[in-house]
Design a protein around this ligand. Structure first.
Ligand code: HEC
Ligand code: HEC
Length: 229
């Protein structure tokens, strides 16, 4: 049923060179050219480990929950498919995702450079905390709780970077028609500052993820400048 109408694996499972699914990394996150789809297994660090099954079901039904909001290709999947499912189907998908252990042998992460954390923290307090909260808790259904967003901790940070550079509008659904938006910072913050603030966000409030370097932001900036999605 997870491989039913919305084909979660089509976007969330990495592909082999020949375009088949990497079944050993089923639903552990993939790059879609211009977007990254996060790990949606129950992995504690990169996946849905801190969400309840109800959080997952609510997200699929409404496009929002206390942790995050659906945007880009996922907004479409919610709009055209999951928001129209019966509650028992979104619940069944949620229960299934919560049963997947995900990657069990991750490399240990080195602590992030203290200067990067300090610089990123200062930008966060100035520019981001008004909406996402000083403790990364956000406002349920309005502003994502970055502390609990899988998008934030994704091994592939493409989506988080592009959202900071270009801003984003989340999906509006019948259940939740208001679609909160995120302003763009691409004109205001340079690549080093975007890298620092996201490295800070990825490694605060109990979260951990590899830091982002400026070159990665430069890459996303030039890739997405050429795209209109
Ligand atoms: C067309 C591609 C596509 C399809 C199909 C798709 N997703 Fe996604 N999904 C994405 C992308 C890209 C993101 C990241 C953007 C975002 O968070 O809104 C995402 C984000 C998510 C998140 C949010 C994680 C977070 O913390 O922000 C969950 C949960 C999720 N998808 C579950 C599913 C499930 C379950 C299905 C199948 C019913 C599915 N997706 C189908 C592309 C897709
Ligand atoms: C005016 C309120 C506002 C401000 C200020 C703001 N954001 Fe956001 N942010 C949002 C909203 C709303 C979303 C969800 C948008 C969507 O999904 O389309 C979001 C989404 C995100 C996401 C993706 C999280 C997820 O789960 O999908 C990241 C990462 C993020 N913001 C980081 C930042 C950073 C870093 C800053 C400061 C440089 C910042 N935001 C400033 C409102 C804001």
């Amino acid at each position: 049923m997870v491989d039913g109408p919305a084909h979660c694996g089509a976007c969330h499972t990495p592909k082999t060179l020949l375009g088949g699914d990497r079944t050993d990394q089923y639903l552990q996150g993939a790059n879609l050219q211009g977007w990254s789809a996060p790990d949606i297994t129950n992995n504690r660090r990169t996946g849905l480990g801190s969400w309840t099954a109800d959080d997952v079901a609510l997200y699929l039904k409404t496009g929002h929950n206390r942790a995050t909001a659906a945007t880009g290709p996922m907004a479409e999947a919610v709009e055209l498919s999951t928001s129209r499912m019966k509650d028992e189907d979104t619940k069944a998908i949620a229960t299934y995702l919560k049963s997947l252990p995900g990657n069990r042998d991750e490399a240990r992460l080195a602590p992030v450079d203290a200067n990067v954390m300090a610089a990123g923290g200062a930008i966060y307090r100035d520019q981001c905390s008004a909406c996402h909260g000083i403790e990364g808790k956000g406002v349920p259904h309005l502003f994502p709780a970055l502390a609990e967003s899988t998008m934030v901790h994704s091994n592939d940070p493409t989506t988080a970077i592009r959202m900071v550079l270009r801003g984003a509008r989340s999906v509006g659904t019948k259940a939740e028609p208001t679609a909160p938006g995120m302003p763009s910072y691409g004109w205001q913050l340079d690549d080093r500052q975007v890298a620092a603030v996201l490295s800070f966000v990825r490694n605060s409030w109990g979260g951990a993820a590899a830091p982002i370097d400026a070159a990665e932001v430069t890459r996303v900036r030039s890739d997405t400048a050429l795209r209109n999605d």
